[in-house]
Design a protein around this ligand. Structure first.
Ligand SMILES: C[S@@+](CC[C@H](N)C(=O)[O-])C[C@H]1O[C@@H](n2cnc3c(N)ncnc32)[C@H](O)[C@@H]1O
Length: 424
């Protein structure tokens, strides 16, 4: 369980005794934290962390020289970062321009190494991108519609899941699902559809880990697919990985896949049950659907853990607003509880939803298993039946068979939470 570090709920020795004072102090503390993230944005965007990591300790003039920035600005940033414990300074008593600042070795993975699973400097970028849309979000709260999508420029999208995909997906997570791992290693080469693939790192990671597989990544967003194509080419997997702009909830899907994945994307879809119907319809015999989504509580709780508050924060700021423009939206938000996912899966024609015993800090992994359309034990819901039969001509006869009872859903033990990956 993530610890609750909410100062308002703690009666600290030096903290205020009354609730009003505690809340006042909490918001001041939050302000310090928010500004710290904005300064992390500056460090990430201007390459200040990378320059300190690569070039070693520096005075403000040296760091400005290394990064092509203005000394006076850099000096203020360095002093802030040293005062905040993000950097170390050699001689506090030295003159402002004589002090040398360094990135402590333990901070390098978090602030300067985007390949490390502990890298967190993207948080500065994410919070700035989220903040840009707040005036429009105020208006969206009034109208009930969706604010415009955040502009791609100047940062692009932070590749926040890149290190966990490259370090864990094909080497720890998928290998832990024995049947899936076996299929991905076997001949004939398995085909994988990676829905809501974002900038493509999950697709690339799967292709790298499994040299036989062919992966097709799909995402609604043309900018991220353009970035995914660039990433695929640079990673040297473009011969086995394709990317296409496609709505996972929309019509017109073709192709058969041994594995369909949706990593931290289902709750971002306006019609997740339709997308699961797509996934269901794409599966080959014995194919699997693997979903990773936010590790949220089973039920609404208040006050809640820091992790739950984190997911709610993104939900209010970006995940829910992004899906509110669709008149048929399910309006899920980032806090998609397991029961909600089971409902979507049932509507899409899946027979069971298994929570996989994978240990991650912020995600829960699910495996969805369909019953064959013609199974005597299950009758699909009308919406799914219509989709299934209209899209898959060959399925109609099997889909239309009568059934006698609803599917049953199973749930394995919750994964233990260990440090290692960020949200989504
Ligand atoms: C939080 S991002 C995750 C991206 C990627 N899976 C990752 O982990 O880096 C969610 C993605 O879902 C995509 N998305 C939302 N609705 C979609 C839909 N209906 N079809 C395809 N992609 C969709 C968004 O464009 C976005 O790239």
């Amino acid at each position: 369980m993530v610890t609750d570090n909410n100062p308002a709920s703690q009666g600290g020795q030096d903290g205020p005794a009354d609730a009003t004072g505690a809340l006042s102090q909490r918001l001041r503390h939050d302000m310090v934290c928010a500004m710290e993230l904005f300064t992390v944005y500056l460090g990430e965007r201007l390459g200040l962390y990378r320059a300190l990591a690569a070039g070693g300790p520096a005075t403000s003039a040296e760091l400005a020289e290394r990064t092509g920035t203005a000394e006076r600005y850099v000096r203020e940033w360095l002093e802030h970062h040293a005062a905040s414990g993000l950097l170390e300074v050699d001689a506090v008593a030295a003159g402002p321009q004589a002090r040398r600042y360094q990135l402590p070795p333990a901070h390098v993975p978090v602030l300067a190494d985007p390949d490390d699973v502990r890298y967190q400097a993207f948080n500065g970028v994410e919070i700035v991108r989220a903040g840009r849309g707040l005036p429009q979000l105020v208006e969206a709260f009034r109208t009930g519609g969706a604010p415009p999508a955040p502009p791609w420029a100047p940062e692009g999208r932070a590749d926040y899941n890149r290190p966990v995909f490259l370090n864990l997906l094909g080497t720890h997570w998928l290998p832990a699902i024995a049947e899936v791992d076996r299929r991905l290693r076997a001949e004939p080469p398995a085909r994988v559809a990676d829905l809501a693939c974002g900038t493509g790192w999950s697709s690339i990671a799967m292709a790298r880990a499994y040299p036989l597989v062919r992966v097709d990544g799909f995402d609604l967003d043309a900018d991220v697919i353009a970035a995914a194509r660039r990433n695929g080419e640079q990673a040297g997997v473009s011969g086995r990985v394709t990317f296409a702009v496609t709505d996972a909830s929309g019509p017109g899907w073709s192709g058969r896949y041994d594995l369909v994945t949706i990593f931290e994307g289902l709750h971002d879809m306006s019609r997740p049950a339709d997308a699961l119907g797509t996934a269901r319809g794409m599966l080959r015999q014995s194919g699997s659907v693997i979903i990773a989504d936010e590790l949220v509580e089973d039920e609404f709780t208040a006050p809640a853990s820091e992790l739950e508050r984190y997911h709610y924060g993104w939900s209010v700021l970006t995940c829910l607003p992004a899906v509110m423009g669709d008149p048929r939206t399910s309006a899920t938000g980032a806090v998609m509880r397991p029961a909600t996912l089971r409902r979507y899966a049932r509507e899409a024609g899946f027979a069971s939803v298994e929570v996989l015993p994978l240990e991650t800090e912020t995600w829960r992994f699910y495996r969805l298993t369909p019953l064959p359309c013609g199974s005597a034990s299950w009758r699909p819901g009308a919406a799914w039946l219509a989709r299934c039969c209209s899209r898959r001509r060959g399925w109609s006869a099997r889909c239309a068979r009568p059934a006698t009872r609803r599917p049953r859903f199973s749930s394995a033990a919750w994964p233990r939470r260990t440090p290692g990956i960020r949200r989504s």
